[in-house]
Design a binder for this molecule. Sequence first.
Ligand code: GAP
Length: 435
Amino acid sequence: MSITLDTITNLSKRRGFVFQSSEIYGGLRSAYDYGPLGVQLLRNVKEQWWRSMVQLRGDVVGLDSAVLQARQVWQASGHEEVFTDPMVECRNCHTRHRVDKLTDPDLCPNCGKRGEFTEARDFNLMFRTNMGPIDSAENTVYLRPETAQGIFINYENVRKTQRLKLPFGVAQVGKSFRNEITPGQFVFRTREFEQMEMEYFCRPEEAGQWFEYWIEARSGWYRDLGMNQDNLRIRKHDDDELSHYSAGTVDVEYRFPWGWDELEGIANRTDFDLRQHTEHSGQDLRYYDQEADERFFPYVIEPAAGATRTTFAFLIDAYDEEEVRGEKRVVLRLDHRLAPYQLAVLPLSKKPELIEGSERIATMLRPSYDLEVDVTQAIGRRYRRQDEIGTPYCITYDFDSLEDSAVTVRDRDSMEQDRISIDRLEEYLGSKLTS
Ligand code: GAP
């Protein structure tokens, strides 16, 4: 179903998915805090990415590199010189805008004045700070604007210590920072965000085939986790859109409430980065193929996704409303692997013996599942709350449970209920909640 950005922003705040950063001080624009449910969803998205990119493969290993890196890294990668967006300022209201995002190049989207823009100038998106107490050019460091460079500068460390042969990949999940000129659309474009990137090193002549392979694999990942196929598409970059390092890029796009927009970029980075770092560091980063006795720079195919942005897309995609017995029911149809809680345990009433029984069940299930015990309000309202936060199964412990040692398990999507004996409960849930 189509929803508005407001609907999802309100749900996020009301149910504890996402809060504005520094809210009690009026809010810091374009930074967000993930609340108890948001952090679970975000963690699950990252875990599913890691599972498919690292755990289930024999040819990809992981890395967690520092956010702060030598300034030369960003000189070699080209970011210091060309990681810029063209910016104009409105002389009337003094707001700044990205030229390439203006729908009308003369019209200020903030105050509506025409023809008041300054000349466009390039604005570097990297956050700059100092290493140590002195604010000087030698002490300048940047907060990384992508996780990818941490992989390139560790290419030889990883290859050697893990005895890797081409083709192989190195995956990383972590924070990146960009001083975006026009952040917005809630957590879609923020100045602090998380990325999930993988650099896949291969022989240059095989780059084309791996590029196609990763486009397929990555689109499949979103579909497998339940994202609606009709809301996903692949869009090839035009030549004038390509990043400075890319010989070809496609975006995996999602149909957001404001239209199609990027979820993930898959790029053929050629041998650009390893060559640049070889030149700037003086360390030979070529690959030696023993059998052929040849040395060459591998090519790199890079699927680069945003963890926070992808989490947002899953939230939007899962949102559904329906009418049940004359009332609106809001339900997040999240895949159970992503849902913040897989289970809720609900005593039918606040009677101590029902609460006790529920706690016993929760203790039994907690090692295997994320769950919450909810004792507030009438049972119907508690079901609705669990529907709205995407919990696939609610387990209700009622008065009969005291007699028959069984509980009711309610399915979020069908709302059907099964009576299950407590000693069979783990087996029953296991069959429903395995991927
Ligand atoms: N290493 C290549 C790279 O960083 P990118 O297309 O600039 O490529 C990859 O970024 C992904 O990171 C994007 O597809 C998007 O999902 C996410 N991303 C980039 N900038 C972002 C921002 N300001 N806020 C949230 N996510 C962002």
